[in-house]
Ligand binder design. Sequence first.
Ligand code: HQG
Length: 179
Amino acid sequence: MNEQRTVKVSKYLSKHLRHQPDRIGLTLDEAGWVEIDELLAACAAHRFPIARDELDRVVAENDKRRFSIDGTRIRANQGHTIDVDLGLAPAEPPAYLYHGTVARFLDAIRAEGLRPMARHDVHLSADRETATRVGARRGRPVVLPVDAGAMHRAGHTFRVSANGVWLTAAVPPRYLRFP
Ligand code: HQG
């Protein structure tokens, strides 16, 4: 399985496990899980066959560990736009977390803080390198440090996904450091 195929399979799975399961006739449970057999049958029926060993390799080797397998089920670890409750427990964040974005969003972010936009939560990274990669998806990255310790003390809830992405509902501007 080459890198190109891995990326293609990962994107196809992200699309249907996070955003549009109904497009291939799938229904996820309330926590985002679906039976692997059902998923593979739906992919094959929609002209995107994925072999079981390919699926296992994408889950194990994916650069971001985007998916989890639990027994006979699979789900995306984070990034959903459909309504799911991942059941993650609140967690105490490190003192600082980082958000990767681009300059064209900064005026809005200064005014409104970070909002989840189409996703369930604002996504924050534990280190600058990861945030830089997230921002770089959209252009020249700008990394905003987030005073997560102060947010936590003020009662904001944080959760961490199975692949280490920190999630919170919103980040008011006063907790952000701008360049
Ligand atoms: C920006 C990928 C204007 C925000 C990555 C971002 C991540 C605002 C964009 C994960 C704003 C939303 C998430 C405001 C935030 N006004 N723009 N008030 N507040 N924004 O893709 O964090 O590959 O929903 O800066 O690695 O970029 O999918 O969020 O640029 O972990 O696994 O609005 O997606 O993971 O974009 O990325 P996104 P994100 P996957």
